[in-house]
Design a protein around this ligand. Structure first.
Ligand code: PLP
Length: 462
């Protein structure tokens, strides 16, 4: 039983299963209830204000009080709160949003298929690739390659694509036919003396060997985030995607770019694909698509894929896929308004203007005794904490050093997130202003100092 908790906390503990939470310790700690938000700030139930330094879950790009989005939802609710898309039914917001996505897409896009979440988007990607290769008479070409530490969601398919042990263990994942190649984290996985370019060459060669070993006729697709998010904010090393894409095109492998975090301005271009020179066959988008004000996601479909889908309909009839909430009108209206705001307020320009400041404040953290590596691109970044900078030796996982930094920052009015590997991630709303970046990183520096004192006091360096 949960003792020592207030009423609201007890109700929470006794009624909810919380995602990504230690269900056992949660019974003692209870929830942090967020009550309201404004701009980049949120307030908890005790009235304490925090900078939301991770935009919720890398998603509330326009902050917490965007009146135009609230009004778009209200207006759509009043007009028609729900209509589905099955059997050719439709509504105007769906096509309006699809047109906007097509116009922005970093690859020639013929059609857009909506769904409710990033996981569903990547699930759809897998089904579409299987469907496509059946339509094209290549029933053997079905395997997916993703990357260790990649994050693509938690459904059976997308959770298999995800390359993090915590998402597989005891869930009986990954499913057959999903392979994981190397994580392109140069700081952590480069061999002694290896340059970034050499590291990228080695990883591309490993990918090619995996494809050859499996048989190129059995490998259908490769999926990657431009910047890995939940796996540790891993920024691709020099030459990496260029070399990987050369391998993919040699073996006719469909390239899915998971833009769920990077999409819509985060890295200083509309898409991470543009920032890092990726040539996707399809992208998955979610999160900032609606600034997280409503759950909606999508995959883009090229003409060749669409023609194959048409062929299937001619052969077998109905396209047997879709959700009750595919292109939900309220979510679609909010997303269309979100994209309109990105354009009219030049959010990408704003990110580019602030990125040098953000990147410099992250880089400065590398001077701290606890920080082995600091990295950032646009308005996303992270620090990696180590027990010893020279050898990059990590702290004992049980010491929870990144969690201590996060807890200290939270006491000081900043929400950031700890990721596996003692990494602390930063991803504020894109509307953040110059002096708010200073406030955010001043709090991070104070949290690092407090954590360093704790590490010394407890002798955590071993
Ligand atoms: C890159 C990426 N892809 C997919 C997902 C899954 O999205 P969702 O949590 O909406 O299912 C996430 C979520 O964090 C993500 O970061």
């Amino acid at each position: 039983m949960s003792s020592g908790l207030g009423n609201a906390a007890v109700r929470d503990v006794e009624t909810l299963v919380h995602p990504y939470t230690n269900l056992d310790s949660f019974r003692t700690t209870g929830p942090m209830i967020i009550e309201r938000g404004e701009g980049i700030y949120v307030w908890d139930a005790e009235g304490r204000r925090y900078i939301e330094g991770l935009s919720g879950l890398w998603c509330t790009a326009l902050g917490y009080s965007e009146a135009e989005l609230i009004e778009a939802a209200h207006a759509q609710m009043r007009e028609i709160p729900f209509t589905h898309m099955f059997g050719g039914k439709s509504h105007e917001r769906a096509a309006e949003l699809a047109e906007k996505i097509k116009a922005l897409s970093p690859h020639p896009t013929s059609k857009v298929l909506f769904c409710g979440s990033g996981s569903e988007a990547n699930d759809q990607q897998m089904k579409l690739v299987w469907y496509y290769n059946n339509a094209r008479g290549r029933p053997q070409k079905k395997k997916f390659i993703s990357r260790q530490r990649g994050y693509h969601g938690v459904t059976v398919a997308s959770g298999s694509l995800t390359g993090l042990p915590a998402n597989h263990r005891d869930f009986d994942l990954p499913i057959a036919g999903v392979l994981h190649t190397d994580c392109p984290h140069y700081y952590r996985y480069a061999e002694p003396g290896e340059s970034e370019e050499e590291f990228s060459t080695r990883l591309a060669a490993n990918l090619e060997n995996m494809i050859l070993q499996e048989g190129p006729d059995t490998v259908a697709a490769f999926i990657a985030e431009p910047v890995m998010g939940a796996g540790g904010v891993v920024i691709p090393p020099e030459g990496y995607f260029e070399k990987v894409q050369a391998v993919l095109s040699r073996y006719d492998i469909y390239f899915i770019v998971d833009e769920v975090i990077c999409g819509f301005g985060r890295t200083g271009n509309m898409f991470g694909s543009q920032t890092f020179g990726l040539r996707p066959d399809s992208i998955s988008v979610a999160k900032a698509l609606s600034s997280a004000y409503a759950p909606i996601a999508a995959v883009t479909i090229g003409e060749d894929m669409y023609q194959a889908m048409l062929d299937e309909s001619r052969k077998i009839g109905v396209f047997g896929h879709g959700f009750t909430y595919t292109a939900h009108p309220v979510a679609a209206a909010v997303a269309a308004k979100t994209l309109e705001i990105y354009e009219k307020r030049n959010i990408v320009g704003h990110v580019r203007e602030l990125a040098p400041k953000f990147e410099a404040r992250v880089a400065r953290l590398s001077q701290h005794a606890l920080v082995g590596h600091a990295r950032a691109k646009g308005l996303i970044g992270a620090i990696e904490l180590v027990a010893d900078k020279g050898s990059k030796r990590m702290f004992d996982v049980k010491a929870g050093v990144a969690n201590t930094v996060v807890a200290s920052a939270q006491e000081d009015g900043l929400i950031v997130r700890a990721l596996a590997g003692d990494i602390v991630a930063f991803c504020p709303p894109l509307i953040i202003q110059d002096e708010q970046i200073d406030a955010m990183f001043d709090a991070v520096e104070r949290a690092l100092d407090k954590t360093e004192a704790h590490v010394r006091k407890e002798g955590l360096r071993g």
